[in-house]
Design a protein around this ligand. Sequence first.
Ligand code: SF4
Length: 539
Amino acid sequence: MCGDRTHPRSQVRPLGLVAWVLNMQTLLPQGRKMDAQRPPVLLVVPRWTSPNSVSQGTIQGTPFRSLRIAGALLAAGYPVHLFDQDLEERKGVSLGDGFPSDVHALVFWCNELEPLIQSTQAFYLQEKFRRLYPQRPLILGGPLIARLPTEGFWSLEGFDFFLQSQGILELPLLLRAIEKQSGFDSVPGLIRSGKRTFEGPPPPKRFRVPSEVYDIYQMLDFQGWIQKGGIFGNDRSTLITSFTQGCAKGCSFCYWRDFPPAFLEPERAVFHLKRLRNDYGVCQFHLAELDFASNRKRLLSFAQAFGREIPDGHWFSLVSVSDMAQLSPEEWDQLRAGGMAKLEFGTESGSSKSLTRMGKRHNRNQVIQVTQEATKRGIHCMHNFVFGIPGESKKDLDLSLELIHTLRTLDPNKITFTFRFFQPPFGTPLGEEALAKTKEPPRRVDRFLASRVEFGQEHLRTMPWIPPALEKRIKALVYHYLPLASSKIPIQNPKSRVLYFILRRFAHIRLHHRFFSFPFDRKLYEKNINRPLDNTYTP
Ligand code: SF4
């Protein structure tokens, strides 16, 4: 039966593979890799969420991309000490005595894209660990690092190497180079401290991930990463996992467009999920993929295996509207029977002009079609919208608001939204178009990071690629009116509850009439209710 289950560590770790050093998990290579064992690596995962979220009953969860890195190091013969900052801090661990002395190199892997929290924490931890391991090389990598301008790293001090790649293949190569077994110019995507260009080739456009990388899902103790509800928003135990990476769609506005896709075969992924189901009693899985439905055969095989092996389980993932629109009603039924419970769609806009500019392959009718197919089977939908790409007009914005209204009325209980404004990603077509209209775009990494707080401010002009009035309207919509209109905040005080319902209704009226002047209602909300609304901007 599904439910919360607490396992002592000794029960869940395969003997001889995982040991505990203080609170860190130490993983040892298996099989023939044990014979050719290399010097241990300390893998540090800086937190990417604010610690305040812990007090709200949620936790950051599994550092799934960093686990792939740990798996790749193990597969290459390197023992790994895993230090997940969020997990260790929740356990009250402080950096100091008792840390392993056999560390050969330290790898700091930023799991997500959030710039400021991760980089601040990475540099904070770098200073601490540098004192503990003064002679050891420090490497910084992860998707955030891969997306920053290559020429701007020279301005950062503290790390010896920056890796602008997926790391699966490149990190073991870099460690070999540090061991003087090969040259640094053999490492794709490597920038050395103080340099402005790659030491060797750029990161590869294609690659495959050996399935043994994911064997780490059989080795680690996941107890500390179990969330309550998580993305599902209920009170059941949930684990974040990930068995694919990258995305092949190549949308012109997206940070993820240059991360090449690689998949683990579905039966193997379900094998790992089943271990988590059996050892922890967790039945809800947040599959942290970027484009889970890109291969229809793989998607259906996954659902079939999941339904067979974890019949009481459910899963969530991010999919493209264009892929889901190709499925037949029977295939939707198979997915539902195979545990599909919630989907996130990169819907982004209601304007066909904007969708084309973004490189999206769907249209408005398909958005409605897939939402209807999902909700009539009880599958929840989350639609992501972005506002303020270069060239967007008030008419495009109105078309998005119209689509949001249509979706909301389809089934308000099963449809949710995330709203964000466009932040230009370096090296992408729309990102570079926006940056070309920005006075002194911050291409030095330290300046870029410093600019993040300012960028999100509503009273400042930070999106010069769209007209000032449109920027103002978009920020008011994203920060207040759209999330308020679709919010469901439980409020105890009866008077405040009545006011909240009135203000939410008023937000609907404003959205319907596209009238956003005289924001007295917003001031009323901030003064009398002042509960945070879903806000997707993180500096
Ligand atoms: S927007 Fe979505 S589908 Fe497009 S490249 Fe990014 S992750 Fe892939």
